[in-house]
Design a protein around this ligand. Structure first.
Ligand SMILES: CC(C)(COP(=O)(O)OP(=O)(O)OC[C@H]1O[C@@H](n2cnc3c(N)ncnc32)[C@H](O)[C@@H]1OP(=O)(O)O)[C@@H](O)C(=O)NCCC(=O)NCCS
Length: 160
């Protein structure tokens, strides 16, 4: 659990660079992703419209950014977790779960039933702990991805 007070709020446009730097640090801390990120640094980009559209949520404590999640509206009416990154020094402290909960509540507010994610296999246990189930797989630019989804209803209840 997080031992300091954490606020989850919508990201500001002027935080774009800080969030991309955080994403870079978090991605490089994954041994399985490090090489690909170093070879393709341009892969780390947060589309400006995600910020202007209010689809990026940050975890903040005492003025410091601890992590962020980014959500997309899918054409099928469901929502997709497009990005989730936590400052490596704070992993396993509950910040990622708070950011997933905020992404789920975005989906709930937008009349979605599911929050989907193409999960990096190394994060499978994390996503399962946050209520996601795997229903397939998909090849991504950086290797195999797990197609996972979680219900966005109150406490993730309802759909299976
Ligand atoms: C994946 C990531 C977002 C997790 O964030 P976090 O703040 O460490 O996660 P939390 O502390 O909220 O963990 C929530 C639960 O998942 C579990 N968990 C966290 N990371 C895990 C992992 N790698 N494997 C298995 N379980 C994990 C925690 O133990 C916790 O379970 P519990 O509440 O039952 O004890 C973070 O490690 C990260 O930023 N990684 C690099 C970027 C990345 O891989 N993003 C996902 C790409 S699909």
């Amino acid at each position: 659990m997080v031992s300091v007070a954490v606020t989850i709020r919508t990201a500001r446009v002027d935080e774009l660079e800080s969030l991309e730097a955080l994403q870079r640090r978090a991605s490089l801390a994954n041994p399985g992703d490090r090489e690909a990120i170093l070879a393709h640094p341009e892969a780390i980009v947060i589309p400006l419209n995600q910020l202007t559209d209010g689809q990026v949520f940050v975890a903040e404590s005492d003025g410091s950014l601890l992590g962020f999640s980014a959500v997309l509206d899918r054409e099928d009416g469901q929502t997709e977790l497009d990005g989730l990154f936590v400052e490596p020094s704070l992993w396993r402290a509950g910040v990622g779960r708070l950011l997933v909960e905020r992404a789920k509540s975005y989906g709930h507010d937008h009349a979605a039933v599911w929050l989907h994610v193409v999960g990096n296999p190394h994060a499978e246990g994390f996503y399962e702990a946050c209520g996601f189930v795997t229903y397939g797989s998909q090849q991504t630019e950086f290797g195999p991805g797990l197609l996972m989804r979680a219900a966005v209803g109150p406490r993730g209840g309802g759909a299976t």
